[in-house]
Design a protein around this ligand. Structure first.
Ligand code: AMP
Length: 422
């Protein structure tokens, strides 16, 4: 038989790691709803055109990385490479901006697909959490959004660096674009193939090219922050003031860019030490033109997305210690019914309990519990059953004691106490 394996660059999430995923996603949902972001779930498949529109025909994602296919009707579809385009489409399609007054705050969690070269921290199916705010043009709202990103890092005890930039607007960016082209044109022979291609269609992307590392190579590259129009400069100032009020630590970084015209003003990235080369954990910014470009009204918007594989890789290993496992065994046929009752009673409480209903010798039960990494063992032997009791053994300390089978509350309390202080 052929041995099937997962598709290259796409990962299964299996125990014990799936536990960390579940807890991380629970926490993200809690943080999002506490900050009044409402969930939007969109399909994994959208029309190809939506992404071509939303990400721009010239972006790397659209040109090289999308999973595109035709359905049986010949309609061109794509697996979503990111979350914002679908959220914008849903926002317009369901009139969410019309039925309720703004600002509107949404979050999403889910998988995205990009045909990239897989490596540590870079996958073909990866997951993101995204926060989006529609209907507010202020840099203060950008600051609030960045603050939300910081709260997430803080919650997970992740030390990240927040890098902030302004990428201008359709008023000031065209002139900056020309300055960049003029700067790089004479150096074209020194640029990588991608950048040679990008120089005319998307020159800002030259700034964050990993292969060319322009920041390290040239010290006199024109910076956008020197070219901002008065409105963008004033907004950038307001952004920084608001970040200070939120006590968000940040660094200014003129090399953070977005390649698309409807990205304006605030752009930011969060990096953290991931132990690999891929250390960007989150990225975002203001995209005032996107809702209109997708067919909606002129609704200003701002948002960010964080990669969950990368986030999880920087959350401390002991952040989610799994709850200790309790196991239960019967030593003879007559103990099975009591064990069943016990399982039923414990199921109403927040303890992790696993029973096995094949009777076995004590020694074997002990071995099995140890093998499974259990902390607690409950035994229903002949004496115990006769006396309506259960034998408890702490597999770490070796302590043993008897409980009455009906002392469920006392048992649960003991298990929970041992959880906080082992
Ligand atoms: P982007 O949508 O490209 O701005 O990416 C936002 C975040 O998603 C990045 O900072 C990464 O954390 C994560 N990310 C993007 N692409 C991948 C990928 N191929 N594999 C894993 N994580 C990714």
């Amino acid at each position: 038989m052929a041995r099937y394996t997962a598709v290259k660059g796409m990962n299964d999430i299996v125990p014990p790691e799936s536990y960390r995923w579940m807890r991380m996603e629970e926490d993200l949902r809690l943080i999002a709803s506490r900050l009044n972001y409402e969930e939007i779930r969109t399909p994994i498949v959208e029309s190809l055109e939506l992404f071509q529109r939303g990400l721009g025909e010239t972006s790397d994602v659209v040109q090289k990385e999308m999973y595109v296919f035709e359905d049986k009707n010949g309609k061109r579809l794509a697996l979503r490479p990111e979350g914002t385009a679908g959220v914008v489409r849903a926002f317009i399609e369901h009139n969410l901006g019309i039925e309720r007054p703004g600002p509107h705050k949404f979050f999403y969690i889910g998988p995205n697909f990009r045909y990239e070269r897989p490596q540590k921290g870079r996958y073909r199916q990866f997951h993101q959490v995204g926060f989006e705010i529609f209907g507010d043009p202020t840099p203060e709202m950008d600051a609030e959004l960045i603050y939300a990103a910081m709260l997430i890092l803080d919650h997970f005890k992740v030390k990240g660096e927040i890098r902030v930039n302004s990428i201008g607007c359709p008023v000031c960016r065209p002139a900056y674009r020309e300055r960049l082209i003029a700067y790089f044109r004479p150096k074209i022979g020194e640029l990588c193939g991608d950048c040679r291609r990008r120089i005319d269609i998307n020159p800002l992307r030259l700034l964050d090219c990993k292969a060319d590392a322009p920041r390290e190579r040239w010290s006199d590259i024109p910076l956008i922050t020197e070219s901002l129009c008065p409105e963008c400069a004033a907004d950038f100032e307001r952004l920084r003031k608001a970040l200070d009020i939120f006590h968000v630590p940040y660094v200014l970084d003129s090399f953070i860019v977005r390649g698309l015209d409807y990205y304006v003003k605030t752009a930011f990235e969060i990096t953290a030490e991931t132990g690999g080369t891929q250390n960007a954990v989150a990225g975002g910014g203001r995209y005032d033109g996107l809702v209109a470009a997708t067919g909606g009204a002129a609704v200003p918007a701002t948002g960010f997305a964080a990669g969950l594989e990368r986030l999880l890789s920087v959350i401390p290993a002991d952040f989610y210690a799994p709850q200790p496992l309790a196991t239960g065994f019967a030593l003879f046929d007559g103990g099975v019914a009591d064990l069943l009752h016990f399982t039923k009673h414990l199921s109403h409480h927040p303890v992790r309990f696993m029973a096995e209903y094949t009777p076995r010798k004590f020694k074997n039960a002990l071995q099995k519990a140890n093998k499974r990494g259990a902390r607690h063992l409950f035994i229903f032997g002949e004496d115990e059953v006769k006396n309506q009791q259960v034998l408890y053994k702490d597999l770490v300390t070796g302590d043993q004691r008897l409980f009455g089978q009906h002392e469920i509350m006392a048992i649960v309390m003991m298990l929970m106490e041992k959880e906080v202080s082992p």
